[in-house]
Design a protein around this ligand. Structure first.
Ligand SMILES: NC(=O)c1ccc[n+]([C@@H]2O[C@H](COP(=O)([O-])OP(=O)(O)OC[C@H]3O[C@@H](n4cnc5c(N)ncnc54)[C@H](OP(=O)(O)O)[C@@H]3O)[C@@H](O)[C@H]2O)c1
Length: 300
C-alpha cells in the first residue's frame, strides 16, 4: 500500500499527490441523477436528493459530477441536497463538453469555453473555487484518441493560478496525453474507462500508482452496458454478495490508487455499493476475476 493510503471506513483514505486533500476510496458518481440520455431531471428528484444526503451521511467525501450532466441539473441537485457543504467534502467536476438541446455531446474546449465552464460549475454548485477539475478529452466519442490537449491544460493551469481551481486531473486520455499534461501542471487524478472486464489501462493504473496519482475508473459497473458474466455471478453467489459488489471489490483490491465513483440513482444500490469494503477477496478469487477480462478479450 502506498504512503498516500491508510485504512479506515469506505476503503481507507487516499491523499492526492502534492496536496493535503484526502478522500475515502469509495466515493459516488452523480451522473445517474438525470433523466434519459443524461438529460434533465431524474424520474424522482426527491430520491436523488436522498441518495446524495445518505451518501454523505455514510461517509462519502468524494462526489464526481459535471455541469454538462443534465446539463446543470446534477450540480443544482448537489447544491440543493448538500450546500453548505460539509468540511472535507471533495467535489470533482469536469470540463470539455457541452450538451445542446438535442442531447448530443459537443466539444467545448476553447480557452473561453473552459473559462465559461468553470463559471457554470461555480455558480451551479455554489462554490468560490472548484476542488478538482478534470479536463475530459472527447476522443472519438467512445474512447481516448491521441492528440494534444496542451492548450486546454494550460488554460486550466491559468485558472488554477487565478484561484478558481484547486487541483487538476485529466479524463479519457492516453499515456501520451497524461505525460503532456504533467509537463504543464501537476496532475492529481486520471479518470478513464476501466472495470473487471475492460482492462486496457492495467499498465497505466500501475504506473500512476507508482507516482501516487489517483486512478478513478468511470463505468466501474459497465456504465450503459451493465457488466454481465456468468463467472462474476458464480463468484458473487459463493461470496454472498451481488455481482456488482464483487466488481467494485475487485477494483478496490486491484490497486491502492483506485478510487471508486459508482453511479446510482437508487438508495438500495447506494447502500450495496458502500458495503463493498466488507468483502474480502482471497487471492484465488482475484485470479478467477482476472480471468474474466482474459476471456472477454479472447471472445473479441
Ligand atoms: N469521465 C468520463 O468521461 C465519465 C464518463 C461516464 C461516467 N463518469 C462518472 O463515472 C461515474 C460512474 O459511471 P456510471 O454511473 O456511468 O456507470 P457505472 O457506475 O458503471 O454504472 C451505473 C449503472 O449501474 C447501476 N447500478 C449502480 N449500482 C448498482 C448496484 N449495486 N447493483 C445493480 N446496478 C447498479 C445504475 O443504475 P441505478 O441508478 O438503478 O442504480 C446505473 O445504471 C458517473 O456517475 C460519472 O460521475 C465519467
Amino acid at each position: 500500500m502506498s504512503d498516500a493510503t491508510s485504512n479506515s471506513a469506505l476503503g481507507g483514505r487516499f491523499t492526492f499527490p502534492g496536496t493535503t486533500r484526502s478522500v475515502n476510496r469509495v466515493g459516488y458518481g452523480a451522473m445517474r441523477l438525470t433523466g434519459p440520455n443524461i438529460m434533465g431531471l431524474p424520474r424522482d428528484p426527491d430520491e436523488a436528493i436522498a441518495v446524495l444526503r445518505e451518501a454523505v451521511e455514510r461517509g462519502v467525501d468524494h462526489i464526481d459530477t459535471s455541469d454538462y450532466y443534465g446539463p446543470h441539473t446534477v450540480n443544482e441537485l448537489i447544491r440543493k441536497a448538500l450546500h453548505p457543504y460539509p468540511p472535507g467534502l471533495t467535489i470533482v467536476t469536469k470540463l470539455g463538453a457541452r450538451r445542446p438541446p438535442d442531447g448530443s455531446w459537443q466539444p467545448w474546449i476553447s480557452p473561453q469555453n473552459l473559462r465559461d465552464g468553470v463559471q457554470d460549475n461555480l455558480r451551479n454548485l455554489g462554490l468560490e473555487a472548484l476542488d478538482i477539475v478534470n479536463y475530459r478529452s472527447m476522443g472519438d466519442g467512445h474512447g481516448a484518441t491521441e492528440g494534444s490537449n496542451a492548450e486546454q491544460i494550460s488554460t486550466l493551469a491559468d485558472l488554477q493560478r487565478e484561484g478558481l481551481i484547486r487541483h487538476i486531473g485529466v479524463s479519457n486520455v492516453t499515456h501520451a496525453q497524461i505525460a503532456e499534461a504533467r509537463e504543464i501542471v501537476d496532475i492529481v487524478c486520471v479518470q478513464n474507462l476501466f472495470n473487471v472486464v475492460v482492462r486496457n489501462d492495467d499498465a497505466l493504473v500501475d504506473g500512476l500508482a507508482a507516482d501516487g496519482i489517483a486512478y478513478v475508473p468511470f463505468f466501474p459497473l459497465g456504465g450503459f452496458t451493465p457488466l454481465q458474466s456468468s463467472e462474476l455471478n458464480a463468484i458473487a453467489s459463493r461470496l454472498g454478495a451481488t455481482p456488482m459488489q464483487v466488481a467494485l471489490a475487485w477494483l478496490l483490491a486491484r490497486s491502492p490508487n483506485i478510487l471508486l465513483i459508482p453511479g446510482t440513482s437508487s438508495l438500495e444500490h447506494l447502500r450495496q455499493n458502500l458495503a463493498v469494503t466488507e468483502i474480502e477477496l482471497p487471492p484465488w478469487i482475484v485470479a478467477e476475476l482476472n480471468g474474466i477480462a482474459a476471456e472477454a478479450v479472447s471472445a473479441g
